[in-house]
Design a binder for this molecule. Structure first.
Ligand code: NIG
Ligand code: FE
Length: 417
């Protein structure tokens, strides 16, 4: 493979520094190099600096490289989406209309739609059909500059289909350019057939599903929807601790629709991240900061459900590391656009443009344990790079609703543009 020299970037936003969650002022530090350059070889970043510096080091080898002229362009790390439900069957556009007509998200779910509808369609789909549908979504992620994606099961809610979803993600991680990091989410909902027998379902989840998932190494994380009418904090804790014993790191959908002690539980069980947090209590946020739980905020979901977004600004000011994500799923956020999510993080949660970019790169990587490989442009990391058709990072958040991606490289291979 020929080396690649990306040079003359108007701004190279490296996000360099320690590979750990960025908090407070560190969330604004983009490590911007003006007239920046980077040298890629064998899929890895070999050098980063000003174009003048790289001329000195690599000038003699220029003729053997593919040279990419980034004059007038912003170059950033590939974006990281640390929370998706990307591997599902079917679609739910009728529910979108129903919500516009006045139904709530929970009304629809309790009537057998919502997560239950997608569970039916995912159970019915073959593995190959799921691969085909999920591939289209992953291609769209790449086209929007996203090179690493977390994906949850949770539309099977029985052993066979949960495993099917996780196998689909495993296959796609091996065959698609995107790194797809799997999370088990048998605790996404109580399946309809267990209505009124919630604890029996949790027994199956804990005794059958989790051990099988851990045994086959099909997931890194274990997530649960802790919400009024879904799983109580006590049930959620049981599910998360059972996973933790098997080596699955806890994550939690917390305080999305009602304030329910989810943020507090995330701190208590040592979750790597807590998700949504629209209704998180001040005390919960304080405990998260203290315990080092990353807040994974999903402003596109809030917009789509016409809810007020999470208190992103206040969380950063309270010392919580904030990551952002699409929540890509067929109900509450059917999008693959991380650029839109960055815009919304600024508009509806009052993050600064720099904070939104850190939330979509390094902090997202930390939320899925990928910080040693991705999330910044530094020597030794995977060459996951985006060149944007704009010249600075403020423009990326300012010119909203538009895809500014010009080119994307994944592990040093050009996959877009
Ligand atoms: O993160 N809140 C729960 N789960 C998803 C939505 C899943 C669905 O509606 O299919 C979420 O928003
Ligand atoms: Fe979600």
């Amino acid at each position: 493979m020929k080396p690649i020299w990306i040079k003359n970037a108007a701004q190279l936003a490296t996000i360099s520094g320690a590979n750990k969650p960025r908090t407070r002022e560190a969330m604004s530090d983009l490590g911007v190099i003006e007239n920046g350059s980077l040298w890629i070889e064998n899929g890895k970043i070999m050098a980063v600096g000003s174009t003048a510096e790289l001329e000195r080091i690599y000038g003699e080898r220029a003729s053997e490289a593919n040279i990419v002229d980034a004059t007038g362009r912003l170059v950033t790390p590939g974006l990281v989406d640390p929370h998706t439900h990307v591997a599902y069957g079917g679609s739910r556009e009728r529910e979108f209309e129903m919500r516009l007509e006045g139904a709530t998200y929970m009304d629809i779910m309790n009537a057998g739609g919502g997560i239950h509808a997608t569970t039916r369609m995912t159970r019915e789909a073959t593995e190959d059909e799921l691969i085909e549908q999920t591939t289209r979504r992953l291609d769209s992620f790449l086209a929007h500059g996203v090179t690493t994606v977390e994906g949850k099961s949770g539309y099977g809610l029985d052993l066979e289909t949960e495993i099917k979803q996780l196998r689909v993600m495993k296959r796609l991680n091996e065959t698609h350019p995107i790194d797809l990091i799997p999370t088990f989410m048998g605790g996404h909902a109580v399946p309809r057939e267990y209505k009124g027998r919630e604890d029996e379902y949790i027994d199956v989840l804990v005794n059958d599903m989790l051990p099988k998932v851990a045994d086959e190494e099909l997931a890194v994380f274990n997530d649960v929807f802790c919400e009024v009418g879904v799983f109580t904090p006590e049930q959620s804790e049981r599910i998360l601790l059972a996973g933790k014993e098997l080596g699955l790191v806890p994550k939690i959908h917390a305080d999305e629709i009602e304030s329910y002690g989810g943020a507090e539980l995330a701190a208590k069980v040592g979750a790597i991240s807590a998700e949504h947090l629209l209704k998180a209590s001040d005390e919960g946020v304080r405990l998260m900061a203290e315990a080092g739980v990353i807040a994974c905020l999903l402003p596109a979901t809030a917009l789509y459900l016409r809810e007020e977004a999470a208190q992103g600004r206040a969380m950063i000011d309270a010392g919580v590391a904030v990551a952002i994500s699409t929540d890509c799923n067929p109900g509450s956020s059917p999008t693959t656009s991380m650029p839109l999510v960055m815009n919304l993080a600024c508009i509806s949660m009052r993050l600064t443009p720099a904070e939104a970019l850190v939330a979509a790169t390094m902090n997202g990587a930390c939320a899925i344990g990928m910080e040693e490989k991705v999330g910044s442009i530094e020597v030794g990391k995977q060459a996951d790079i985006v060149m944007w058709h704009i010249s600075n990072y403020q423009e990326l958040q300012y010119l909203f609703g538009v895809n500014h991606v010009q080119s994307v490289w994944k592990k040093g291979v050009q996959v877009v543009g």
